[in-house]
Design a protein around this ligand. Structure first.
Ligand code: 8YV
Length: 307
């Protein structure tokens, strides 16, 4: 008898095929729907931002493993999982480079105004009206909030662009050559561009608030490739609307997939639909690890990448 699992977020065709071959796969239909197979579900495959809603987790008494297709664990109740002896796995290291690329892409898009200039050409404005000049990337001061794998990969790339890099984190890392700034406020004050690369969860909730945005200032740019929860979105919208912040490049939001219309209306904002790890190559590696972790669990072997 194949174990029964629940797929919360769609995965690559190849990965879903493998899961369908090895398990009876139920596809979650969203909050408020009933899952007939609830009592038989032993495993879950889900995304980092989606995780496992608390009411769903409590409706699955025989759940043994949650395999996250991502690195964020903030949307899974890890305490509850531990109490119920449910294994939790992530895909560490596999999406670092893609997420860092997205951060650099957003830096280039905001400073150089690439989406705006693209719209200008498509709207047939070239030669008719003038497009405001953009801003140089080289020499700009980049502040990184969160110097884990992703933060370091961003620093590595930004160095090649001649940016002047500093970071903040809970403590200074001996193995990180970039300048450490003890407070986020000082870092924002000393930065032209502030990139959020910190994990989500209660400890980082709304770390980037009105005071931090004001320290970044009217020419400052905020980039977020981490979690929407790290930024006070209402404070961000107000700062952008009132000209207290120069611009923003956002891949993540407070309540995905809902993006406030105020953000969608602003021209100095570049928006992405939580796509930093969404490449064929990376999603194939991530999905394979998700399937390998499930396979290890159901074969009674140690998990490959437990939390
Ligand atoms: C993915 C993420 O988009 O790694 C994470 O925690 O949020 C992203 O890489 C997500 O896991 C896929 O849904």
């Amino acid at each position: 008898m194949k174990p029964e699992i629940l797929l919360i977020e769609p995965m690559l065709f190849e990965i879903e095929n493998r899961l369908d071959h090895d398990y009876v796969v139920h596809r979650w239909q969203g909050r408020g729907t009933t899952l007939e197979a609830a009592l038989r579900i032993r495993g879950i495959a889900t995304g980092g931002a989606t995780g496992v809603p608390a009411e769903l987790m409590s409706s699955l008494p025989n759940l043994e493993i949650i395999a996250i297709n991502g690195i964020g664990t903030d949307a899974v109740d890890l305490v509850e999982a531990k109490n119920r002896k449910i294994g939790v796995t992530t895909t560490p290291g596999l999406l670092t480079e893609d997420v860092a690329d997205m951060a650099l892409g957003l830096i280039l898009c905001t400073l150089r105004g690439l989406p705006e200039a693209d719209r200008f050409v498509r709207d047939d404005q070239w030669g008719k009206v003038s497009l405001p000049l953009a801003h140089t990337v080289t020499g700009k001061r980049l502040g990184i909030l969160g110097m884990g794998r992703v933060g370091r990969a961003i620093a590595h790339r930004a160095a090649a662009f001649g940016m002047d890099i500093a970071y903040t984190d809970v403590a200074r890392f001996e193995d990180v050559p970039q300048r450490y700034v003890a407070t986020l406020h000082d870092l924002a004050h000393e930065s032209d561009v502030l990139v959020v690369a910190a994990s989500g969860g209660p400890a980082s909730r709304h770390l980037v608030n009105r005071t931090i945005l004001d320290a970044l200032g009217p020419h400052g740019i905020l980039i977020n490739v981490a979690r929407g929860s790290v930024v006070d979105e209402q404070a961000l919208i107000a700062a952008l609307e009132e000209g207290r912040l120069g611009g923003a490049g956002l891949d993540v939001f407070a309540d995905e997939p809902h993006v406030p219309s105020a953000l969608r209306l602003l021209q100095n904002v570049v928006l992405q639909p939580h796509r930093a790890s969404a490449t064929v190559e990376t999603r194939l590696k991530m999905g394979t690890l998700v399937a390998d972790n499930l396979a290890a669990h159901f074969a009674g072997k140690p998990l490959l990448t437990p939390v």
